[in-house]
Write a protein that binds this ligand. Structure first.
Ligand code: GLN
Ligand code: ZN
Length: 753
């Protein structure tokens, strides 16, 4: 075969730069401190640096067009010219239009942002209607390819595949009922044919089309459409060789369908999708195709067991003409380079691999597959004894059902009513108050040693006192301490729990210029000391009204961390739950009467295939109940959910058995309440009455209207009044006015009951 695929590749590489250079550059551009040319120059420099890194590491198949100024799905939309008219109408230049779609303008809200499969990356949802005119706009992939050529590299441009692009899109406003973007596949494939033609003209040898949407459940019609699309693209006379990549799971029936098409290479995730291997074996020999084996985990930070991976790869060599080694998915989802983490415990550091280290693993595996496995280093030794905690393991084996079961709700509700003496339609907030510049600089000062821990403590207490006084003035019923001490709702706990490690530079892109630094859970989870009790009790000492203790739930802690893989996730969840259970009991003993355990990520870890979802929900709910099941019936347990469509998990929300659930609802106009009722939910509920994601102040009338809809759906004695989410990203001026209106609207509806 001419121009073979190569022996080793990655499906993508972090684009933020080793020191988040991209974040700094785009934010400076938005602020007007950097012009477009300087931004483009920084971007080109970052791309060249990645290509050189990959080349010097010995990778022989190098991707391009994996860079993005904001999001690769937005780039794909631009590449097929699917720019909604509402943005064209703004008449901005290319970069202006691009960032308008990403971030919105005064006139136009941004494209919707949503989770990229089961990762913490978020993509912008293309809006496709029956009239969207697709056209090939290959400028970006061509520019990047030309840049890489100047470095002497024949890179492989990466595009979101046409089927996945449409499956990730949503119907544009005004599309007729029943219209699905996927209906437009034939027209879009015609445009991909043009794109491939343009790439071929530029000298591109291989192109990568990503079709991860097929690792989720797909209908036979959708799978057949995939086959038809690649049969058509494969039949083009003027095109590069086509590599269809999949990741995040098993392709299932889509795998044999793809193998029947003329594409030259198919990529499989053999980490998250071990079933792919059996599926391939049962398909029999695959003549003329390259299988790109995703053997190195691109979605977690652990070193690969190279010998085990090579053994899996060896199975493939018997089946396919050519086998190349790759990462299981793009390395976008792991931090850039472990070299920056000099402060980590050497035992832990020796077990980690970030993007740069994973490239080395891929190269080693690629060589081993060609030359035999003998040269591979042995597997990592088993977990060090010091990472075990026998007490927590003992507690887990001794767990009985009653640890997760509180008294019947009716009894709890009565006990709480008596203890809390709240008015009907109690008002509250979700936890955080604005994270002001002063708070952020106090944290930076503490980190840099410019202020002492004592001084930091003084400042946080002053802030808490302010937040309590503010809420008293506003007339809220259940208060919060405002979470000023929390950099992040997971990181804060990660820094205080045993078995967790924090990195100094382990940034991962979440969306656009926003990066997060997830903690690493490497050992058994312990709670060396109470984590929140001081702040909560201080806040409670300042008021007679109940102050909510505020914890992050076990599932959310796992979802926003890198997790250990040497034991089932469910066991790690229970260990975190036990630490939270102890914290909740300490809060209760210190006089806190209401405890909120946030689980905004409950849906995030939901497996992509329906067959796996029940088992997940069982342990996720179990962990929450273990965390909250240790407090008295008279202590009120709240939970908070947001960020997702909760449709599929409503029965699980009911099963959490929280006394009160606050849930994002304002954008769905309270429809969630009917759905919750249908799912059997009969406890307290606080549908968010206004959207905190916008700086707009909701009027009293608007909140009252939302409450009227809520009262029609839920008996008033179970209804709470609160915003959609925490207030940390807002400013004080708008928060104050919004809450004045919220309290007034609640009073109006209360009076009408
Ligand atoms: N208690 C958290 C806050 O108010 C909840 C954040 C969230 O839902 N993501 O900030
Ligand atoms: Zn929220």
């Amino acid at each position: 075969m001419t121009a073979p695929f190569g022996q080793s590749t990655v499906l993508g590489y972090p684009r933020i730069g080793p020191d988040r250079e991209l974040k700094r550059a785009v934010e400076a551009y938005w602020a007007g401190d950097l012009d477009a040319d300087a931004l483009r120059e920084t971007a080109a420099g970052l791309r060249a640096e990645v290509w050189r890194t990959l080349r010097d590491a010995g990778l022989d198949a190098i991707p391009s067009n994996t860079f993005s100024l904001y999001d690769h799905v937005l780039d794909a939309a631009v590449t097929v010219d699917a720019i909604p008219d509402r943005f064209r109408a703004l008449r901005l230049d290319d970069l202006g239009t691009y960032f308008a779609m990403a971030r919105g303008t005064a006139e136009q809200p941004a494209l919707e942002l949503t989770k990229w499969f089961n990762t913490n990356y978020h993509y912008l949802v293309p809006e496709i209607g029956p009239d969207t005119v697709f056209a090939a706009r290959p400028d970006k992939p061509l520019t990047e390819y030309a840049e890489s050529r100047r470095l002497g590299l024949d890179t492989r441009p990466v595009l979101v595949g046409p089927a996945t692009f449409l499956l990730l899109a949503k119907a544009a406003d005004g599309a007729p009922a029943g219209f699905r973007p996927f209906d437009r596949l034939d027209e879009l494939v015609a445009v991909y044919a043009d794109l491939l033609g343009a790439l071929a003209d530029a000298g591109v040898t291989w192109a990568q089309l990503d079709e991860p949407a097929y690792v989720a459940d797909r209908t036979p019609a959708e799978i057949d459409a995939l086959r038809a699309a690649y049969t058509r693209l494969g039949a083009l006379t003027r095109r590069p060789k086509i590599f269809v990549a999949s990741y995040f799971g098993d392709l299932g029936d889509a795998l044999p369908a793809l193998l029947r098409t003329p594409v030259e290479a198919v990529g499989l995730d053999l980490v998250a999708g071990p079933g792919n291997l059996a599926r391939l074996a049962s398909s029999g020999p695959i003549p003329g195709k390259t299988i790109v084996a995703g053997l190195v985990d691109g979605h977690n930070v652990w070193r690969t067991d190279l010998r085990a991976a090579a053994a899996r790869g060896a199975v493939l060599t018997g089946l396919a003409d050519h086998v190349a080694v790759s990462t299981s998915c793009s390395l976008l989802h792991v931090p850039v380079d472990l070299a920056a983490e000099t402060g980590l415990d050497p035992d832990l550091r020796g077990r980690l691999a970030f993007a740069r280290q994973k490239v080395d693993e891929v190269v080693l595996l690629g060589r081993a597959l060609r030359d035999g496995v003998a040269k591979l280093p042995p597997s990592a030794p088993s977990t060090p004894d010091g990472w075990r905690d026998d007490p927590v393991r003992g507690r887990l084996t001794a767990l009985r059902p009653e640890h997760s079961r509180r008294g019947a709700y009716a009894g709890r509700a009565a006990a709480q009513r008596e203890r809390l003496a709240l008015p009907p339609l109690p008002t509250t907030t979700i936890g955080s108050f604005p994270q002001t510049a002063a708070l952020r600089s106090a944290r930076a000062d503490l980190r840099a040693g410019r202020i002492s821990a004592r001084e930091y403590d003084v400042r946080m207490r002053a802030e808490i006192a302010e937040v309590i006084a503010e809420q008293e003035r506003l007339g809220l019923d259940v208060l919060v301490h405002g979470e000023p001490e929390r950099n992040d709702m997971v990181q804060y706990f990660g820094e205080r729990l045993g078995g967790f490690a924090a990195t100094v530079n382990g940034w991962v892109q979440s969306y656009g210029s926003r990066c997060v630094r997830p903690p690493i859970i490497y050992g058994d989870v312990t709670r060396p000391a109470p984590m929140t009790v001081e702040w909560s009790t201080y806040a409670q000492s300042l008021t007679r009204k109940p102050v909510k203790g505020m914890l992050t739930g076990p599932v959310t802690i796992l979802a926003w961390s890198f997790v250990r893989t040497d034991q089932p996730l469910a066991d790690t969840a229970d260990q975190v739950a036990l630490a939270l259970r102890d914290e909740a009991r300490d809060l209760e003993a210190a006089g806190i009467r209401v405890i909120q355990v946030d689980e905004p990520a409950l849906r995030e870890l939901l497996p992509l295939r329906a067959a796996d979802q029940k088992a997940y929900l069982d342990w996720a709910v179990g962990a929450f109940r273990l965390a909250t099941g240790g407090v008295a019936d008279s202590t009120q347990v709240h939970t908070h959910l947001c960020y997702s469509e909760f449709g599929e998990v409503l029965p699980a929300i009911d099963a959490l058995d929280a006394d009160v659930t606050s849930i994002e609802a304002s954008r769905s106009r309270m429809e969630i309440l009917d759905d919750l009722r249908t799912a059997g939910y009969k406890r307290g509920v606080g549908p968010g009455v206004y959207d905190i994601h916008s700086p707009r102040v909701p009027s009293k009338a608007e909140i009252a209207a939302a409450l009227r809809r809520a009262v029609a759906a839920v008996p008033a004695d179970r209804l709470w009044v609160n915003p959609d989410c925490g207030l940390k990203t807002r400013g004080y001026a708008e928060v104050r006015q919004s809450l004045v209106n919220l309290v007034a609207a609640a009073a109006e509806i209360r009076a009408s009951l």
